[in-house]
Each structure stands twice: as structure tokens, then as C-alpha cells.
Write a protein that binds this ligand. Structure first.
Ligand code: SAH
Length: 512
């Protein structure tokens, strides 16, 4: 039984532009053979056990020659494997996908092609430039800029290209001076609008615009390098009106997200929607407590509690796991009142079919205590399943109101060791903002840095070079205790409000 190779276009970079069919192929892949320009984030769509083979090039250095790649694909298919060959943009647009398909066809091996959104169209589009527009041109040409235009026997027909309305060059950054010179020499007016777009559709997208005459100098001055698309034509003039991507409130901002890997996605997703480049550094991992006995015991006797108080979604999750292990479900909670600290914790409960009797007014322990003040707690038995390390104000105040409070450790948070390396790299590359969603993310973030790193972060936060955003006053206080300056703290202590406040901060900065 021979396998099959899917030649899949990875799209231009923005993972949202990957096709549904491409995703379905990745889901069933046993081997993924991928390129430099295929966004590595897409690899996560393949099964964890799928083999991942990198055959890309960087800086002109091919790790593998094309013939070797062809042979690799053929051998994998002949060995019965389901292979996804993931290529940047569209596989057949200057991607040598045709050669790979031919190699498979010649050996009688099965293959399919899944087209992708090519960078030739997408990069201009995200730079506010439609490749065709009735107001500007009726035709467009895609050209490889790789070929040295000076070399004898060039197959590029400059005379006919000069007469075409929209020209899109791929791989043309190095040759840009020659390309522009040739077009002008063949009659294209020197004041024709032109633009180069690097890393199009990605948060690090950069555009340099000018005319045929001055674009090469501007590109050089800006230090713009490959991978970039160059567009020449009147359509470039529409950019001022049609630009949207580069005008998003967090466009071009590098934001560090410090939540657990499981919790990061919603925050990261919202930041990306606003144009941010997100660096996920999970400075916190959740694991079962050192001693799970108290929680197990509490679940055995769960019918005896008058109040259940949850202060985090993690606590809810751990509690319901323990409840299930005790052989019970939410029916065992029917006589208890349930209080939560905020909407996220409430949602975690709702997922398990429970509606809290009380949500804290403000989403900190003090707010919860305020809301609980309406109830007579004298003699009430309250269970508080929460992090092993947590503040004492909640149980102590409840006890002072006459409640019999049992605090049981439901989970522990630790700093994952692999985060230290990611954090060092982020510091070196630089970032514009860091989001903190709890005191532990602050503590762990600092613990992952060495002394020099901590001092650097403190300096950057105080000078305004790095904007530290905290979800609420307790987290901010923890940060300040360590000398960090907090620039953003939303009025409501939720993820949505945090993202909104961060966007407002950068909008104000851009205006000033
Ligand atoms: N098959 C790909 C093109 C491969 S050739 C596609 O359809 O997009 C490699 C060239 O593609 C690069 O040199 C650059 O010119 C262009 N390119 C690919 N991704 C790009 C991106 N995100 N932004 C700008 N140019 C890109």
C-alpha cells in the first residue's frame, strides 16, 4: 500500500488565512515536510506524534537541495506514509511545487494539491493595496525577481512588462535597483507608485512605499530585507485610503503573555485580533497539590458544607475532578450556597451546570468579602478549595464573622523551566508590553529571570520602554513591591478589560 502526498499551501503567514482543507490534511498527517515560509504555528494542527521534517532555507542557505526534497517525498509516499508537504503561500506560485508533483507522478505515487492564499496577493492586500482595481488597471502580472535582470538570456520580457498595469515581484528585494531601472528603461514612468511589503499579513509586517524612481533607496534606507513582495502600479496609490491592518490599535506591538499554556489562548487571540505580535511565555503551570488528601476528604463529606467558595477557574476544575473521584456529581452540592470571585470562575462553574448564588462586586478577595457581608455566616461551614499558596484575608475575615472555614489546597502553581529560555530570548529581541493576570505570574516571571534580567525589566518598566499591564490592584501591588512600574490596569478585572486598556494605552501613545 503506497501512501499519499498532499502539497498544501500554508498561506502567507497569518494562520487565519490557512484553508480548511489544508487543516484537514494536517490532522491526518503522519509526516509533515515544511519550509521556512510556512508559519510554524500551523504544525500544531498535525497530530503530536507526527514526524516533522524541516527542509527550509534561510538566508539563501538551503538545508536540502530540491532533488533531495523530491526524493524524500517519493520515499515517504512509497513507504505508505500520509505526508503533508507544507509550502508558504500557494505551492504552485514560485514554490517549485510543480517539480515535486512531477517527481511523484513519474513514480506513480498518489498526490493531491491544496492551493493556498499566495503572498503575491495577500501581502499587498494587508498593506492596503488591491492587486487589481477598475480605477487603476485591468491586468496584473506575477514575476520572479530572483533572476538577475542583467544576465544574458534573461527570460523576463521587460518591454512587455513595462506596459502592464500592476506588477507583483516575489523574491525581488536584492534585485530591486535593477528591476526598477529596467522598467524605467523600457518606458514605465519614473513616478509610478511602488511599494515593498515584508512579512505581509504577519504582525511584524513592514511596508515601504514610494515611486519606481525612489523605492530602491527607501528600501535600503529602511533596511527592508527578504521575504518581501514588491508591487508597482497605480493600485499602490489606493493604500492611503484602503489601509486597515497597519492601523489596528496594537499593530506592530510585541506583547508577552504570561498565563498558563491552557489559559493563554483567549488573551492571545484577542491581542492578535488587534494586530499585536504575541509571545506566549507560560510562566505558570498548574499541577495537583503536594497533598490531595484534604480535598478528597472534603469531597467525601461535601453534603455537610453550607458554602462553597471558588476564587479561580483552576480551583473549580480541581474541585470537580476530586468530586468525580469521590464518585459524586453536582447533585451532591444541592444544599450549599456557591460564591465566586469573578465572571471567569462563574463560567467555569456554568460549564459544570452550576449557577453561583453570588459573584463578587469587584473581582478580588475584598470584593468577595463585601458581597458576602449580606449573609449571616455565624456557624456556617464554608469550603474554600484554592491554590496552595494564597492570601489569608479571605479565610481570616470569614472566620472573624463566625464561619467555620476549611481551606483545602486544590492545585499548585509552578514556574515551568522551559519558560526561562523563552523569556531570555524575548528580553533580547525586545517587547513593547507584558500582561500579568495574577500575582503568581508576576512572581514566577521574575523568578525565571536572573538578577541582571530583573534589573533590566525594572528599568524598562520605569522608563516606559516596556508597558507592564496588570489585570487588577492585587497583581499590580505584587509587581510594585518588586520595583516594577505598572502602566496599565483596567477598571474591571477581566481579560476583556485588560486588552481594551492596553489598546487604549498604545492609542494614546501613538497620538502624543
Ligand atoms: N509560494 C509562495 C512564494 C514562494 S517564493 C507564495 O505563494 O506566496 C518566496 C517569496 O515569496 C519571498 O521571497 C517573498 O517574495 C514572497 N513571500 C512569501 N511570504 C511572504 C510574506 N509573508 N510577505 C511578503 N513576501 C512573502
Amino acid at each position: 500500500m503506497s501512501g499519499k502526498v498532499y502539497l498544501v499551501g500554508a498561506g502567507p503567514g497569518d494562520p487565519g488565512l490557512f484553508t480548511l482543507k489544508g487543516a484537514a490534511c494536517l490532522k491526518k498527517a503522519q509526516v509533515v515536510v515544511y519550509d521556512y515560509l510556512a508559519n510554524p504555528e500551523l504544525l500544531a494542527l498535525a497530530p503530536a506524534q507526527a514526524e516533522r521534517i524541516y527542509v527550509g532555507k534561510k538566508g539563501g542557505q538551503h538545508t536540502k537541495r530540491q532533488e533531495d526534497i523530491n526524493r524524500l517525498l517519493c520515499d515517504l509516499a512509497a513507504a505508505g506514509k500520509t505526508v503533508v508537504r507544507l509550502k508558504g503561500g500557494d505551492p504552485y506560485v514560485f514554490g517549485r511545487g510543480g517539480e515535486e508533483a512531477s517527481a511523484l507522478a513519474r513514480r506513480g505515487l498518489a498526490f493531491e494539491v491544496v492551493p493556498g492564499v499566495t503572498s503575491a496577493i495577500a501581502a499587498p492586500s494587508y498593506a492596503g493595496i488591491p492587486v487589481t482595481d477598475r480605477r487603476a488597471t485591468t491586468e496584473v502580472a506575477f514575476i520572479t525577481g530572483h533572476e538577475d535582470p542583467g544576465k544574458p538570456g534573461s527570460t523576463i520580457n521587460w518591454a512587455s512588462l513595462a506596459g502592464i498595469g500592476s506588477l507583483v515581484f516575489l523574491m525581488g528585494v536584492k534585485n530591486l535597483p535593477h528591476i526598477c531601472a529596467q522598467l524605467m528603461a523600457h518606458g514605465k514612468p519614473a513616478d509610478t507608485p511602488a511599494a515593498a511589503v515584508r512579512w505581509g499579513t504577519m504582525p511584524r509586517q513592514r511596508t515601504v512605499a514610494g515611486t519606481l524612481a525612489d523605492l530602491p533607496k527607501k528600501v535600503e534606507a529602511a533596511g527592508l530585507k527578504a521575504p518581501a513582495i514588491t508591487i508597482v502600479g497605480q493600485v499602490v496609490g489606493l493604500r492611503d485610503e484602503l489601509l486597515w491592518f497597519e492601523r489596528l490599535p496594537l499593530f506592530g506591538r510585541r506583547v508577552v503573555v504570561t498565563r498558563t499554556r491552557e489559559q493563554a489562548s483567549r488573551l492571545s487571540g484577542q491581542l492578535r485580533e488587534l494586530g499585536a505580535e504575541v509571545l506566549e511565555i507560560p510562566t505558570i503551570a498548574v499541577r495537583p497539590p503536594a497533598d490531595g488528601q484534604p480535598l478528597a476528604q472534603a469531597c467525601q463529606n461535601i453534603e455537610g458544607y453550607d458554602w462553597l467558595i471558588f476564587t479561580s477557574p483552576n480551583g473549580v476544575k480541581a474541585f470537580f475532578n476530586a468530586l468525580a473521584e469521590a464518585g459524586k456529581d453536582c447533585r451532591a452540592l444541592h444544599r450549599a450556597k456557591v460564591a465566586v470571585i469573578g465572571p471567569a470562575t462563574g463560567q467555569a462553574l456554568a460549564k459544570r451546570g452550576l449557577k453561583p448564588d453570588l459573584v463578587a462586586r469587584t473581582f478580588v478577595a475584598e470584593g468577595l468579602l463585601q458581597s458576602l457581608a449580606e449573609y449571616d455566616l455565624a456557624g456556617a461551614k464554608a469550603l474554600l478549595p484554592r491554590a496552595a499558596q494564597a492570601r489569608e484575608v479571605l479565610p481570616e475575615t470569614l472566620a472573624s464573622r463566625g464561619a467555620k472555614v476549611e481551606v483545602v489546597p486544590a492545585y499548585e502553581t509552578v514556574a515551568p523551566p522551559e519558560a526561562a529560555k523563552a523569556l531570555r530570548e524575548a528580553l533580547e529581541q525586545g517587547f513593547d508590553a507584558v500582561t500579568f493576570t495574577s500575582s503568581s505570574t508576576v512572581e514566577n516571571f521574575l523568578a525565571l529571570l536572573d538578577q541582571a534580567g530583573r534589573e533590566e525589566l525594572i528599568r524598562r518598566s520605569q522608563s516606559g520602554q516596556a508597558c507592564l499591564a496588570s489585570i487588577g490592584p492585587i497583581t499590580s501591588e505584587t509587581a510594585r513591591r518588586h520595583g516594577l512600574a505598572i502602566a496599565v490596569e483596567p477598571a474591571a478585572y477581566t481579560i476583556d478589560a485588560l486588552v481594551e486598556a492596553l489598546a487604549a494605552h498604545f492609542a494614546a501613545k501613538a497620538d502624543s
